[in-house]
Design a protein around this ligand. Structure first.
Ligand code: SF4
Length: 270
């Protein structure tokens, strides 16, 4: 047996250590892309105290409420739905979708289960604000984030993120050189998209294959702006760390005048 000691970001980032017959991938659900038969996925479920739902109740303004979470806590959603139903709400859980095999599961690159609820208000049970903000942008719903570990509840307001993204797009408009980032990771490689983006402005853009999209790598490459076709989270999550604007594909379309700001959408992998 060999343990792969490299960093791993998700099921999109399978080990390429080829010494065994079977690869056991721990912690993530499969992405439904006809993955290699030699891969066995062992997702992890983490129990949590749902007392936080009582704290979330005063923030709920609508009778119909969608429920979403990440893979670790998606198994808690039926219990959360029963809690809400007992208090007069109609609780909806979407999915599974091809990329998110658990009911109610969302990924930073896939919010189909949230959209499927069709709910005007969505309760995210889990940690952090990245996924709630993504759900808000992907669905247009009002999103409440309930963290079962800290007990904190808050409305996820994507306004600040949108203002930051607008500033990045404006900066990228003046770029003389644009690097279109193409991931070499197993499930992050969107080659067709990268080539299509490069064809939009071939005189100043070039496709760059990269294993790790890091601030140091972008400093060394030295382009004025980048477009990220690797994990969509990179453009949104790490933007303050990068030395130049790193746009998501729909944002690059806005910078080129091919999409209106009013048509802003989140970058998703499916
Ligand atoms: S959000 Fe990024 S790291 Fe997570 S599964 Fe999607 S591409 Fe992979």
């Amino acid at each position: 047996m060999t343990l792969d000691g490299n960093p791993c970001y998700g099921a999109c980032d399978l080990s390429r250590e080829a010494s065994g017959d079977i690869l056991v991938h721990i912690g993530h659900t499969p992405l439904g892309r006809g993955d290699d038969e030699r891969v066995i996925y062992l997702p992890l479920s983490q129990d949590a105290d749902l007392a936080v739902l009582s704290a979330a109740l005063p923030l709920l303004e609508r009778r119909i409420v969608g429920l979403v979470s990440t893979a670790q806590h998606a198994h808690l959603l039926p219990e959360a739905a029963a809690f809400l139903e007992a208090r007069g709400f109609e609780a909806r859980i979407g999915g599974p979708t091809p990329r998110t095999p658990l009911r109610g599961q969302v990924l930073g690159c896939s919010y189909g289960a949230a959209r499927e609820t069709g709910a005007p208000e969505i309760l995210f049970v889990g940690t952090g604000l990245f996924h709630p903000l993504g759900v808000a942008l992907a669905t247009g719903a009002r999103v409440i984030a309930a963290d079962p570990f800290t007990g904190q509840v808050e409305v996820a307001d994507p306004g600040r993120l949108l203002r930051q993204r607008f500033a990045r797009i404006e900066r990228a408009k003046g770029a003389a050189t644009v690097g279109i980032l193409l991931s070499t990771k197993t499930g992050q490689r969107r080659a067709v998209l990268a080539r299509k983006l490069a064809s939009l402005d071939p005189s100043r853009s070039v496709v760059i294959a990269l294993e790790e999209v890091t601030p140091d790598a972008l400093v060394n490459l030295g382009f004025d702006a980048y477009v990220n076709t690797a994990c969509p989270r990179l453009a949104y999550d790490d933007s303050m760390r990068f030395p130049a604007p790193v746009l998501a594909p729909p944002e690059y379309e806005i910078a080129l005048g091919r999409r209106a700001w009013e048509e802003y959408v989140l970058d998703e992998c499916g």
